[in-house]
Design a protein around this ligand. Structure first.
Ligand SMILES: Cc1cc2nc3c(=O)[nH]c(=O)nc-3n(C[C@H](O)[C@H](O)[C@H](O)COP(=O)(O)OP(=O)(O)OC[C@H]3O[C@@H](n4cnc5c(N)ncnc54)[C@H](O)[C@@H]3O)c2cc1C
Length: 304
């Protein structure tokens, strides 16, 4: 980046920091520094900074809670914007939330108001609404996949041309752990979700039960949720387990003994360790089952 561009950015955004380690901003606790880092607490600032980065030709990425990303050891060459725009309100059966709002926080609060007959099943996914929409985060309820896209009524996005567009569910082309946002570089700004009402105490009880079930399955080490998507008609974790890979290590990255679709950071794992382990898993699963696993996790700064 040119020095004059950096000075220009710094003049407009005094709180931009340089050379910020990203590991603490991820649940994996892995990854090197971002050249530039900014925590956006106001939507206007988030939008202004993205537009400025575009006009200066600076690569940028918006992150939420970092619960679905692996950052390269070399970090990210460009600007990382952490979205901490967390305002939300609940009206009737609608949830209107800024994209940096925490999914668990919103859905607990909604449940407290009796909203969430179905959406409660997403209440323990530890990300932001924006991150959830990006990857169409979901969970199983009564043997069926329930995903954030099922509840999305409208959203505001910052489009590639700099316009703020109001779009509906169809716009996102939601499918299993995927949305159109994975193809374009648009940013979710605000989301409106709807779900039917129920008995508050019942919904809260189900959330709590789900939380305890999840805690029992989670490893004791940092990780970033399921590493691979489930292939059609099978489960990634089962395929990996059947290859005998539970406990397999590369450096301090390990296939969790608790769940084979979790790669854990035993403490000092490097992104290269995780990537090597992921390559090994994909190769073994391909050889044994002829199945090509695809990452659910998003790579940041990684040259594949
Ligand atoms: C313990 C644990 C349990 C989990 N359980 C589940 C589960 O049950 N189901 C499930 O689906 N996932 C699960 N995950 C994965 C993760 O929590 C979800 O994918 C979550 O939706 C990611 O949100 P985030 O804010 O952390 O996104 P981040 O990890 O910060 O970002 C993920 C991607 O979204 C993009 N992004 C973030 N915000 C925006 C925005 N506003 N606009 C556009 N793009 C954006 C980022 O650029 C990045 O590419 C789990 C993870 C952990 C650690």
């Amino acid at each position: 980046m040119k020095l004059e561009d950096y000075r220009y950015l710094k003049k407009h955004f005094k709180d931009i920091q340089e050379n910020v380690p990203l590991a603490p901003y991820t649940t994996f606790k892995i990854g090197g520094p971002a050249d530039l880092f900014y925590e956006a607490r106001e939507m206007d600032k988030l939008i202004e900074l993205i537009e400025l980065a575009k006009s200066l030709n600076i690569s940028y990425v918006v992150i939420g809670n970092g619960s679905n990303i692996l950052v390269a050891d070399s970090g990210f060459r460009g600007l990382v914007i952490k979205n901490s725009c967390r305002n939300f309100e609940i009206k009737d059966n609608l949830i209107v939330a800024e994209s940096g709002a925490s999914l668990p926080q919103i859905l607990h609060e909604a449940a407290g108001q009796g909203i969430g007959q179905n959406i409660w099943v997403l209440a323990n996914i530890p990300g932001t609404i924006g991150g959830a929409v990006y990857g169409n985060a979901g969970s199983i309820l009564n043997n069926q996949m329930v995903s954030i896209g099922d509840f999305l009524v409208k959203a505001k996005i910052l489009a590639a041309d700099g316009n703020i567009n109001e779009v509906d569910r169809d716009y996102f082309d939601f499918s299993y752990r995927s949305s159109k946002l994975k193809q374009n570089q648009e940013t979710v700004l605000q989301v409106i979700l709807a779900d039917s009402k129920g008995e508050s105490t019942e919904i809260l009880k189900m959330i709590d039960f789900d939380k305890r079930q999840r805690m029992g399955k989670y490893p004791a080490y940092p990780f970033a949720g399921s590493f691979f998507k489930n292939p059609p008609h099978s489960r990634a974790g089962e395929l990996i387990e059947q290859c005998g890979l539970k406990g397999q290590r590369v450096g301090e990255a390990m296939v969790s003994e608790k769940h084979a679709n979790y790669i854990v950071n035993l403490g000092k794992a490097k992104a290269v360790d995780v990537l090597e382990l992921a390559r090994m898993i994909k190769k073994r699963v391909k050889e044994k089952f002829g199945v090509e696993l695809q990452e659910e996790i998003q790579y940041l700064g990684v040259n594949e």
